[in-house]
Design a protein around this ligand. Sequence first.
Ligand code: GLV
Ligand code: GLV
Length: 323
Amino acid sequence: MKKKVCITNQIPEIGIRLLKEKYHVEICQKGAVDETFLSQIRNCDAIVSLLSDKIDENIFSVAPKLKIVANYAVGYNNIDLNAAKKYKIMVTNTPGVLTHATAEIAFALMISLTRRIIEADKLTRAGHFTGWEPMLLLGDELNGKTMGIVGMGRIGQSMAIKCRAFGMNIIYHNRTPLDENTEKALEAAYCSFDELLQQSDVISLHTPSTRETFHLINEAAFKKMKTGVYLINTSRGEVIDEAALVSALRSGKVKGAGLDVYEFEPEITHELFSMENVILLPHIGSATTEARNKMSEMVARNVIAALEGKNPENLVPELEADG
Ligand code: GLV
Ligand code: GLV
C-alpha cells in the first residue's frame, strides 16, 4: 500500500508533484475544529504543515505511523519539539530558500516607512496632489543612519547587505557574534543588545521565536531606544510586546513601525489600524514565486528522505543530534 502524506493546505505544485510520484497525497485542511483533520491524519506517514498549524501531542498521539512533520516555513515555533522527540517524529523546516524574499520585504517596509510611500500613494489617489510643494510628505533619509539588526542569521545578513548598499552603518546583536571574516565582509559591528537599542535609527528583527526572544522588544527596551526610531518586524510577532509598541508609537518614541507579523496572529492589536505611521502586511515575507516554489520542493524532498529511511537534509537544529 502506498504511504500517505497529508498537506494542510495547497502549496505550489512542484512539491506536490514530487510527492505524488511515490505516495498518496491528500490536502487536509487543518481548521479550527480538528475532528476531520484528526481522522485524516490517523493513518498518514507524513504531514506537511504550515506555520499557522499548531502541531503537538494531540496530533502525534493519533497518528501511529507518522514519521515526519515537514514544516513549510523556516520558523518552527508552531511545533512542539519535545513531543516530537517523545514520539520519535522528525521535524524539518525550509531554511535558506526564503532568505532574500524575507530580507527584501523587511527592506521594503523600511523604505516605505521612512519615505512615507503608503501615505503618499493614498494622498495622490485621493486627488490631493495639487502640484509640487516644498513641505509635502517629508521623510527621513537612510544614508548615514544606523541600522540595528537583531538576529544575524541568513536573513539578518541579507538585510545588512542591502542596508550597507544604501549607505547605512550596520550594528547587530546575535546570540553569538559572527566570525571575523563574515563581519568584515558585511561591514557590520557586533554590540550588546542595550547598545543596539541605544544607537540604532532603525531596528530590524530577524530572530526566531523562542523563550528567550519572547517580548524581547518590551516597554523596557523601548525606553532605551532613541526617540524617533523606526522598527521593522518580519520575524515573529511574539518578539514584540504589541501593547508596549502601541504606547511607544503614541508617545512618538517610535516614529514608525513596519510589521509583517503579529503577536496574536492573525489578530492585530486594533489601535495599530488607525495609525498612519504604521505599515501592516499580512505575513508575506516569503511570498515570492521563487521562494515558495523552492520551499515546496524542499518539504517534498524532506518527506521523501524520511519515508525512505534516510535523514532529511533540513532536520531542525534542535533535533539534529538524535532526530
Ligand atoms: C515564515 O514566516 C517562515 O517562517 O517561513
Ligand atoms: C534563517 O535565518 C534563514 O535565512 O533561513
